[in-house]
Design a protein around this ligand. Structure first.
Ligand code: C2E
Ligand code: CA
Ligand code: CA
Length: 614
């Protein structure tokens, strides 16, 4: 009796099978794999039977027997009657069929010269199509089969099935054309999903299914700049490479969801899970270099999410959605590794959904609060103005800070409502101070990148200036460096329109992105706002100092006003003053505060005199 294979040996077997199924003629590849599997398990016979177009028939196409040295392609056909066939299909759709002598007559094995001790039949499906069986037949000795061994057998069978169906056209032509993606030749997404649902139900003990969802980062850019023909070519290459050798070590089905979005499902023993991410990462790296070789000058990155499914508690649709969610997160965080789905991501989504639903109410109920953070003149520590920063105060008094909702609202476009609310509040505040004959000062507001895609912002600012009758020079719009760099034309258009209205424009977070100092010369902005990242060290180091000094010098030479944000210490403030910075904003002078507190702050700073900057 043959000894049980360890996990490592099972993995080795799967790896061997995978390495055999590469670029070899299908016959020798499959024959060699079948032979190797039989030897590894020390069984009498391993064989493959493929369905043939004749009704209810399976043909033995590969067989390895222990009394012969080589596997051979055989050509015997087993024909069933209709009832037997139906029974076989219903049994196979539940996964592995196992027979042993104690069960009486073996089913589905056709005529045999002598009775086997046991039979293991692994059904081979491609999509929902039954393609045949992978059989282990033993005549001589009993053997216990462990879960991991059965998993390895299933994986090998899947790999062989995929390899045959990919290389042997006779299988593929039997599919309905609707089950094939015409561009890549992969299984259609519908067929993939249906098959995945079935695989979930059939999952055995120690196995899990890894659903992997990937897209090619900035594929749109390739289509637009290299043409759709090139794009299609790369998609075909991707499909080919993904269904290629290495991936199939896990017995994989693969499909294209749409455009450049691919999804695969790999059955793997749970022991393989810790290695799987590395495996996918390597596969992605390989794929990226392949695509880069075929599209010189383009840097390719894959965004990938993985969802592991261990039992049939979720549907294929949910597993795919989860993997896709992890992919989106990997994409938004610019990760170069696949990201594994975690329930907490669902919490994020639920939270975002919750915020989304709550927003209209929050705006109507004035739960959004505008806070003002002072900007201080370096020359004499007087008040220059303020930046308007939004907070969401829930009815229970708790606060949600902008970093927790702005990125999400930027994605779904709701930021426009938030920003317009803030703008209205700022105009209302300035009007209130004007009406009370209190000193007024410039207030800056943040502009999300989303505004540049719509034509609503400039007319809205115009409307507010007219409605509140506020001098336009009192309002300033902060555009971040990244928004500017990613939308040069739109940003320039916005800046000119603001200036034409008499409002001011500043470049926020300067130095945080990838623009260089000489970008400044092309800018027609009033104020350069140096990002707080340069002040991350309480005691500024020499290189930070040099960078800040040169930014200030350059900006001033170009006639710009310069403000530095994130100032938290006296040393930082002293340094900036010495470097001839114009204004300072930061906790050292004041945190963002509500309207009432800011009124008090302004009162202390300005007294009742007319503001310097009016
Ligand atoms: P930002 O435009 O760079 O705003 C400055 C952020 O730095 C504010 O965070 C402010 O509270 C914080 N800050 C100010 N002084 C200091 C300091 O000395 N040390 C440190 N560590 N931080 C300081 P906040 O209010 O949490 O806002 C974060 C970001 O959210 C803002 O960054 C801005 O990009 C965005 N944001 C805030 N309000 C709005 C808004 O009404 N509309 C839009 N589109 N974005 C907004
Ligand atoms: Ca800002
Ligand atoms: Ca900033």
């Amino acid at each position: 009796m043959c000894a049980t294979l360890s996990s490592e040996q099972c993995l080795g077997l799967v790896e061997f099978t995978s390495s055999e199924l590469v670029e070899k003629p299908v016959e020798s590849a499959v024959a060699s794999a079948v032979e190797h599997i039989r030897e590894a398990f020390g069984v009498s016979c391993v064989r493959i039977r493929e369905i043939i177009p004749r009704p209810f028939s399976l043909r033995y196409t590969y067989e390895s027997l222990d009394d012969r040295s080589k596997a051979r392609r055989v050509n015997q056909t087993v024909t069933f009657d209709e009832a037997e066939w139906e029974e076989a299909m219903s049994v196979f759709s539940n996964g592995i069929y196992r027979y042993d002598r104690s069960q009486g007559e073996a089913k589905f094995i056709g005529r045999v010269s002598h009775k086997p001790l046991y039979v293991i039949e692994v059904p081979m499906f491609c999509g929902k199509h039954f393609l045949g069986t992978f059989d282990i037949v033993e005549f001589n000795s009993e053997r216990e089969w462990t879960h991991i061994e059965l998993s390895a057998v299933t994986i090998c069978a899947n790999m062989i099935c995929q390899y045959i169906s990919r290389t042997n056209k006779c299988f593929v032509t039997r599919y309905d054309s609707t089950d094939i993606d015409p561009l890549t030749g992969l299984m259609s997404f519908t067929a993939f999903s249906e098959n995945l649902d079935e695989r979930f139900t059939d999952m055995i003990g120690d196995t899990c299914i890894a659903v992997v969802y990937s897209d090619i980062h900035h594929f749109k850019y390739i289509n637009e700049n290299y043409g759709y023909k090139k794009g299609d070519e790369l998609l075909k290459l991707t499909a080919g490479a993904m269904s290629g050798s290495s991936e199939e070590y896990t017995g994989t089905t693969l499909s294209r969801v749409h455009s450049d979005n691919f999804v695969s499902a790999s059955a793997l023993p749970k022991e393989f899970v810790p290695y799987f991410e590395d495996f996918i990462k390597e596969q992605n790296d390989m794929l990226c270099s392949l695509l880069e070789d075929n599209c010189p000058g383009v840097k390719i990155r894959m965004n990938t999410g993985i969802c592991y499914v261990e039992d049939a508690s979720i549907t294929a649709a949910t597993a795919i959605a989860n993997a896709n969610l992890a992919r989106k997160k990997a994409k938004s965080e610019s990760l170069r590794r696949p990201l594994v789905f975690a329930d907490s991501m669902m919490d994020d989504i639920n939270y975002q959904e919750y915020l989304n639903n709550e927003l209209p109410k929050a705006i109507a109920n004035r739960e959004l609060k505008v806070y003002y953070q002072p900007k201080i003149n370096c020359s004499d520590d007087s008040l220059y103005g303020a930046e308007a920063l939004v907070r969401w105060q829930k009815p229970d008094g708790s606060f949600i800070y902008p970093d927790q909702f702005i990125p999400f609202f930027e994605k779904n476009g709701n930021i426009v409502d938030v920003d317009f609310y803030v703008y209205r509040e700022v105009f209302r505040y300035l009007r209130k101070r004007l009406d009370a004959s209190l000193p007024v000062f410039p207030i800056s507001m943040n502009v999300s990148r989303v505004h540049l895609k719509s034509d609503r912002i400039i007319p809205y600012i115009k409307e507010l200036i007219a409605k509140y009758d506020v001098p336009p020079s009192l309002v300033e719009f902060e555009l971040t460096e990244n928004i500017y760099m990613n939308n040069l034309l739109k940003a320039d258009e916005f800046i000119s329109s603001c200036r034409a209205l008499g409002a001011q424009v500043s470049m926020d977070d300067f130095g945080s992105g990838y623009s260089s100092l000489n970008v400044m010369s092309s800018l027609s902005i009033d104020t350069l706002k140096i990002d707080r990242i340069f002040l991350k060290n309480e005691d500024l180091n020499d290189s930070d100092k040099t960078i800040i000094e040169s930014m200030i010098t350059m900006a001033k030479r170009l006639g710009m006003n310069v403000i530095c944000e994130g100032v938290e210490t006296q040393a930082q403030s002293d340094f900036l003053k010495k470097a001839h910075c114009d204004q300072i904003q930061g906790y050292y002078y004041g945190r963002p505060m509500d309207e009432e507190s800011f009124d008090k702050f302004a009162m202390e700073k300005l007294g009742c005199s007319v503001a310097k900057n009016q």
